[in-house]
Design a protein around this ligand. Structure first.
Ligand code: AMP
Length: 273
């Protein structure tokens, strides 16, 4: 496995790669969710590049940038074992300059839901993803449905900025009890982890109600909020696959989303129905 720590080094290395290139951007502290993306990329491409970069521009003041888990040694081993060809580990100074053009997330869909509760978050996400796509020029880039709004905004950017990469959405990986894997789960105490399970429980209940025939979003959201009451809910919402808020669930075109704090830890989860 080759490692690069500067954009210039990776750009040079990329020039000699022939065949298809898969790219998996991450913030590290890799878990089975990340590993599923990496394995898929390894299976589908001649080369796989993984980046690990805790991107400061997507954290708001007061968020957990400094405390965000960093486990580079373990991550390196995981990548090696998963068959990654190239690991990109840039520093913020290597990838950002003091004065540079900045991307702005779409005014509506970049500023609702996650973007409403974390204003500017998606500006930073799109800025770094665009840089990473330009540096790695991948045939395919792999993103988890766990970050559904992020996935939508990246697909929207790739389409509207005519970026020649196929975005591959990957299923959410969960613990056997339903908890969606997240690097932030390590913040949870035993008691908090039990409460964190309410997010997937509420989503499962919503899905079951939809299977039973319920279509009214207000009814479904109310039932979810009841289940989620021991947590500090930021939003429960149902959107179509283009992130328009909807009043009636349309099968195969809806996403149920939840964001809630459990103790100090902010968790998100969703279900595609
Ligand atoms: P992160 O390191 O949190 O920025 O995540 C890097 C990529 O892994 C993103 O595309 C996430 O959506 C994806 N990801 C994170 N957790 C999961 C999960 N539980 N299942 C599937 N993909 C995930």
């Amino acid at each position: 496995m080759i490692e690069a720590t500067t954009p210039q080094a990776l750009i040079e290395h990329r020039k000699i790669l022939t065949g298809s290139v898969g790219f998996v951007p991450t913030m590290g502290a890799l878990h089975e969710g990340h590993i599923a993306l990496i394995k898929r990329s390894v299976a589908e491409n001649d080369h796989t590049i993984v980046s690990i970069f805790v991107n400061p521009t997507q954290f708001l003041p007061g968020e957990d940038l400094d405390a965000y888990p960093r486990k580079v040694e373990a991550d390196r081993k995981i990548c090696q074992l998963a068959g990654v060809d190239t690991l990109f580990l840039p520093t913020a100074d290597a990838i950002y300059t003091r004065d540079e053009p900045a991307l702005k997330a779409p005014a509506v869909k970049g500023y609702i839901l996650e973007g409403y509760h974390r204003p500017g978050h998606f500006d930073g996400v799109l800025q770094i993803v665009l840089k990473l796509l330009n540096i790695t020029r991948p045939t395919r880039a792999y993103f988890g449905k766990k970050d559904a709004q992020q996935l939508y905004l990246i697909q929207n950017m790739v389409k509207n900025l005519y970026i020649d990469t196929k975005i591959v959405p990957c299923e959410i990986v969960r613990e056997s009890d339903g908890l969606a894997l997240s690097s932030r789960n390590i913040y949870l105490s035993d008691e908090e982890r039990k409460r964190a399970l309410l997010l997937s429980k509420a989503l499962k209940r919503a899905t079951r109600r939809i299977i039973e025939g319920e279509r009214d979003c207000e009814t479904i959201k109310k039932e979810m909020l009841d289940i989620l009451s021991p947590t500090e809910v930021e939003y429960v919402e149902i959107v179509d696959r283009d992130f328009n808020l909807i009043e009636e669930v349309a099968i195969d075109n809806s996403i149920i989303l939840v964001a809630a704090k459990v103790g100090k830890t902010r968790l998100i989860d969703n279900m595609w129905v």
